[in-house]
Design a binder for this molecule. Structure first.
Ligand code: NAG
Ligand code: NAG
Length: 390
């Protein structure tokens, strides 16, 4: 027998032998407090405390209950585990110390005094494990199309089993709990977003906690792709030849759109004076497009298009620049006369002047013999007024 083994064997014999000795003194040792249960996070030191009084010649041993193994007797370590130690204060407070606690250390521990009959007390060592998130089984950052159904999953471990809460980064970067809504439901580790919309895009956090610090969380970025939205504050402009007109257009899209102005049916406009301000916020690109059109020739009037294009679609808005109708133009035009079968018993002529000399001239002629004379007079009047105006 190796010397160490022999010592242990002798000690064990002595421990058992003392048991059978009668307690002659009459004042036997006893426990002065129960062994308290302890909860230790994995990796830390677990300390079980046994408080005795009047120990005298007797000895205190620590045992692991489930495996029926003796860990320590008096100040001697019996177990092979290098993580186990025993300390005492004046033979009264006996502490079993287990370093670097593992989940397998969880269980009942017994403090024994070798009296006859033997006296013992038990305490429970609980081992807890802070939460951890399993990266591979948890959703990664994703890009989805607007309108699709999205499922985010979060897989976490820990003892006790962690509970999972979903949070979202809101305005000003604050994290708030994802509420149940028509579009969003969650059941623990799974978050469902029904028919995702662009405002649902952003940072989602799955937070796993089980009362053991620290809690764990994982950020999942959800990007929502959508076809451009194009808006023009003003669709119609009136200007004179030689003037300039500023056209304005706003685009919102994801992914980043290609934007341009087109003239009429086909040509993309390339010339200086175009301003494009792009910014990215709230998970979408916003583009402000400005262009100054110099109306140098008649063909510069007409239709212009603001176009935005990305993988989700192409969208355009039309803007019209029309020539201002001058006073001369209106006077050059003959007064409008409406002669129709519908008005078989009346003839109506209407003209509008911009000069406020008269606003409207309505000629109504009854179908009678006097008609013709009146109609001729009316036409004369119209011609006369035309002359007055010019
Ligand atoms: C220790 O825990 C057990 C159950 O796990 C309980 O029955 C017992 O009363 C506890 N002991 C103390 C001292 O709290
Ligand atoms: C989303 O889920 C709903 C209900 O489960 C289903 O009716 C719909 O077709 C799904 N939409 C898509 C784009 O898969």
């Amino acid at each position: 027998m190796a010397p160490a083994v022999r010592i242990v064997a002798i000690l064990l014999l002595e421990f058992v032998a003392t048991c059978v000795q009668k307690d002659i003194s009459g004042i036997g040792p006893k426990f002065s407090a129960p062994v308290s249960n302890v909860t230790v996070p994995v990796g830390r030191e677990g300390v079980m405390t046994c408080t005795v009084q009047d120990l005298h010649k007797y000895k205190v041993a620590w045992l692991r209950v489930d495996t029926q193994t003796i860990l320590t007797i008096d100040t001697l370590i019996i177990t092979k585990s290098e993580r186990v130690a025993v300390t005492h204060t004046e033979q009264r407070i006996w502490q079993l110390r287990i370093k670097d606690i593992k989940e397998s250390d969880k269980g009942w521990y017994m403090c024994q005094i070798n009296t006859d009959p033997m006296k013992s007390q038990m305490g429970y060592l609980n081992v807890v494990v802070p939460p951890d998130i399993l990266d591979h089984q948890t959703s990664q950052d994703m890009t989805v199309k607007e309108g699709s159904n999205v499922t985010l999953t979060c897989a976490a471990t820990g003892v006790p089993e962690p509970t999972i809460v979903w949070k979202r980064v809101g305005i000003e970067g604050t994290l708030s709990i994802v509420e149940h809504s028509g579009a969003t439901t969650h059941d623990g580790s799974v978050l469902n977003i029904f028919s995702i919309q662009r405002h649902n895009a952003g940072e989602y956090h799955c937070v796993a906690s089980n009362g053991v610090r620290p809690s764990m969380s994982k950020r999942i970025m959800v990007t929502v792709d959508f076809a451009p939205i194009v808006k023009v504050p003003s669709r119609q402009f009136t200007a004179d030849l030689g003037q300039s007109v500023s056209l304005e257009c706003y685009v919102e899209a994801h992914p980043d759109p290609i934007t341009y102005w087109m003239r009429g049916k086909g040509d993309i406009i390339h010339y200086p004076g175009m301003i494009e301000e792009k910014q990215f916020s709230d998970n979408s690109f916003s583009v402000r497009m400005l262009i100054a059109i110099h109306l140098k020739k008649h063909s510069d009037f007409g239709y212009y298009k603001c176009v935005a294009k990305n993988s989700q679609g192409i969208v355009e808005e039309i803007v019209k620049i029309q020539k201002r109708i001058s006073k001369i133009t209106i006077q050059d035009e003959p007064p409008t006369m409406i002669l129709d079968e519908k008005y078989s018993n009346s003839v109506t002529g209407t003209t509008v002047s911009r000069q406020n000399k008269f606003r409207e001239l309505v000629l109504r002629v009854e179908k009678s013999s006097a008609c013709l004379i009146q109609l001729e007079f009316a036409l004369f009047l119209v011609m006369f007024l035309k002359l007055v105006i010019s």
